[in-house]
Structures are given as structure tokens and as C-alpha cells.
Design a protein around this ligand. Structure first.
Ligand code: NAP
Ligand code: ZN
Length: 363
């Protein structure tokens, strides 16, 4: 049956959507806007699968709009540009991450500081209201249309499938490592949760010359963490003795865990003045143990993605320093299984959907 989504815009589009909080995805006909003067239109080739897609699909954060087409690690090739676009041309390899808009007004301090990600009017790539009142649809779909200010360039030679996870997982860990000063050789940084974000945190931290310890619930990830990803050490977070022995030895920790977990063992790992930076976004509040914080003048902080300037900087840094996501490329009809595996932490280390070769329009 035809839906409103098919006719609200002039351009036919096709993807996979969830219709309700069951979070199960199935084929979906919808539409995209025309290419406005500042827009870039592109054919989607690859899209990464982020744990946020699961939170959003199941409405765990409470603001999802349906039908919901997820996907905010989107890579493609430009097919059309608006009359005022000067940064991109047809044929360019580009990406769109977690946001497709912000107020961009002179009066907005965050937009002025190239921190569109902290603009109160930031528009997420999918599952929310756009400025014209329609719902934004993400990259589990055949084509994208986005304002050029929210599009990044993929450097020549960077594999397009492996580039996808940079758009969310990459920038989400790169930005706090930089901002909180955890990018200095000689520092000791912990990475909690070795999934999509976590493995990128290990790779960027190593590229900065930092000593890295992975803190994980999965002992079977140890060998790869060290041999493949380049981590220096591996701690099992549920092993009390191991955690005890590492007390007070970390300058900073990036916490990427997607579910409820205790913070006390992590705060205890920090040195005096150490920083615990939360980037994982569990649906329920975590418990903050205050006493060990005040006894060490420690910081607990947060961070979300990064501004567009920093996102381009991160991609260029990744290309220059050979920081490449580890991916499992999947066809679109595997997506529901991939989401189940992601929930079981069974991922090495990011699923990327081969949209270009496997997404076929329904008749
Ligand atoms: P992911 O690939 O599923 O990785 C999460 C990892 O957390 C798992 O691999 C697992 O690692 C660990 N974990 C899972 N459940 C756990 C539990 N109950 N207790 C302890 N550890 C657990 O997810 P992701 O895509 O990296 O995303 C991680 C989180 O970041 C999600 O909540 C996502 O929504 C959020 N996120 C935030 C931003 C932002 O802007 N701040 C951006 C993107 C994503 P081990 O097997 O090593 O324990
Ligand atoms: Zn994401």
C-alpha cells in the first residue's frame, strides 16, 4: 500500500525501514526532496551499522519517528549538485554522518565555533523532523540529498566501504580524544567496549602515540585487540583482580558501552585528575559514585560526534595515518541478523551494508 512518504517529495527513493518499535526492518518505498541550490545529491554505495541504529529503531531514547530508515555512516558518489554548491561536483566520493542540518546562524555560538553537533537545532540524519516538517531518512537507502555543509569528502584511495564507519564511530571517538587532551604520547588511555566505536578509539589513540588498554567483557577479543588493532594491554572488566591491579593507572578512559554498566570500577582506574569520557549512550541513567571522584579531583564528561570541520579533519587524518576501520561487509537482506549479532557484541568491528550492489528497488 502506498504511504505518504512516497509522495511528500518529488524524487522516488527506496530503502529499508522499521514501521514500529519492534525494530524489524523491511523494504520501504519513500521519496527525497529535489536538489536545492545548496544541496548535494548522491547515490549511496555503503552504509555502516551503528549501535545507535538499534537504540533509535527500538525508540530507546524516546524521540524516534516512524517509518524509520536508519543509517548515519553513509558513503556515495555525487550525481547532482545545486546551483550554489562549490565544494563538490558530480562524480565526487562523499559521506554524510549523523547530522544533516543545524541553525547556522551568526547568533549561535556553537555553529559559529564549527560545533554544529552542539547546536540546539541540530537535525539528525534520520528519524526526526526536518525543517519542512517531513521525517529525515538515513542511509539504508538508495540515494541521499543533503546540504553541502553537512557533506564530507572521502580522500582519494581510501576504500569506500571502510570509510563508512569514520562518519560516526570515527568522529565520535576522535573528537573527545583531541578535546580532552588524550592525544599526547606518553599518556595511558583506556577504551571500554570493543565494538564499532571502541575499535576506532584504539586505532586513533595508537595513531596519536598513546598507550592503550582495552577494557572489555569479552576475553575472546584479547588477541585481536593486541595483534590486529594494536592495543598495548587488555583488561577483563569482570575480573576483579585484574581491575584491582590496574587501580589509579589511567590518564583517561573513553567509555563506549551501549548498555547499563557500573562506573565505580572505571573511576577507580583513573589517576588523580583523570578523565572518564562517556560516549556510549545507554537508554537508562548510570550510577555515578561521587566519593572516588572527589578524592582524586577526577572528571566525568561526555561528547557527541564532532563538528563538520573536525569530521573532515578526522577523515584526512585517517587517510594520512592509515587508520582504517575493520569491517564486515553485508548484503541489505542480512541487516536484521546483523542487528541481533550487534546486540550480542558479536561484531568485528563494524557491519557495513553494501547498498550499491545489494539494495534492489521493489516493484
Ligand atoms: P557496539 O559496536 O555494539 O559496541 C559496544 C560494545 O560495548 C560491545 O561490543 C561490548 O564490548 C560492550 N558492551 C555491550 N554491552 C555491554 C554491557 N552490558 N556491559 C559492558 N559492556 C558491554 O556499539 P557502537 O556502535 O560502538 O556504539 C556504542 C554506544 O555508543 C551506543 O550506545 C551508541 O548509541 C553510542 N554512540 C554514541 C555516539 C555519540 O555521539 N556519543 C555516537 C555513536 C554511538 P566488549 O565485548 O568489549 O565488552
Ligand atoms: Zn552512530
Amino acid at each position: 500500500m502506498a504511504t505518504q512518504a512516497e509522495f511528500e517529495h518529488p524524487r522516488k527513493a527506496f530503502g529499508w525501514a522499521a514501521r514500529d518499535t519492534s525494530g524489524v526492518l523491511s523494504p520501504f518505498n519513500f521519496s527525497r526532496r529535489e536538489t536545492r541550490e545548496n544541496d548535494v545529491a548522491f547515490k549511496v554505495l555503503y552504509c555502516g551499522v551503528c549501535h545507535s541504529d538499534i537504540h533509535m529503531l527500538k525508540n530507546e531514547w524516546g524521540f524516534s519517528l516512524y517509518p524509520l530508515v536508519p543509517g548515519h555512516e553513509i558513503i556515495g558518489i555525487v550525481t547532482e549538485v545545486g546551483s550554489k554548491v562549490n565544494k563538490f561536483k558530480v562524480g565526487d566520493k562523499v559521506g554524510v554522518g549523523c547530522m544533516v542540518g543545524s541553525c547556522r546562524k551568526n547568533t549561535c555560538r556553537n555553529c559559529n565555533d564549527a560545533l554544529e553537533n552542539y547546536c540546539p537545532q541540530m537535525i539528525l540524519t534520520y528519524g526526526v523532523k526536518d525543517t519542512d516538517g517531513t521525517i529525515t531518512y538515513g542511509g539504508y537507502s538508495d540515494l541521499m540529498v543533503a546540504d553541502e555543509n553537512f557533506v564530507v569528502r572521502i580522500p582519494q584511495g581510501f576504500p569506500l566501504d571502510a570509510a563508512a564507519p569514520l562518519l560516526c564511530a570515527g568522529i565520535t571517538v576522535y573528537s573527545p580524544l583531541r578535546y580532552y587532551g588524550l592525544d599526547k604520547p606518553g599518556l595511558h588511555v583506556g577504551v571500554v567496549g570493543l565494538g564499532g566505536l571502541g575499535h576506532m578509539a584504539v586505532k586513533f589513540a595508537k595513531a596519536f602515540g598513546v598507550k592503550v588498554t582495552v577494557i572489555s567483557t569479552s576475553p575472546e577479543k584479547k588477541d585481536e585487540a593486541i595483534q590486529l588493532l594494536g592495543a598495548d594491554h587488555f583488561l577483563i572488566s569482570r575480573d576483579h583482580d585484574q581491575m584491582q591491579a590496574a587501580t589509579g593507572s589511567f590518564d583517561g578512559i573513553i567509555d563506549t558501552v551501549s548498555a547499563f554498566h557500573p562506573l565505580l570500577p572505571l573511576v577507580s582506574l583513573l589517576k588523580c585528575h583523570g578523565k572518564l569520557v562517556m560516549v556510549g549512550a545507554p537508554e537508562k541513567p548510570l550510577e555515578l559514585p561521587v566519593f572516588p571522584l572527589i578524592m582524586g579531583r577526577k572528571t566525568v564528561a561526555g561528547s557527541t560526534i564532532g563538528g563538520m570541520k573536525e569530521t573532515q579533519e578526522m577523515i584526512d587524518f585517517a587517510a594520512k595515518h592509515n587508520v582504517k576501520p575493520e569491517i564486515e561487509v553485508i548484503p541489505i537482506d542480512y541487516i536484521n541478523t546483523a542487528l541481533e549479532r550487534l546486540l550480542k557484541a558479536d561484531v568485528k568491528y563494524r557491519f557495513v551494508i553494501d547498498i550499491g550492489n545489494t539494495l534492489k528497488p521493489s516493484t
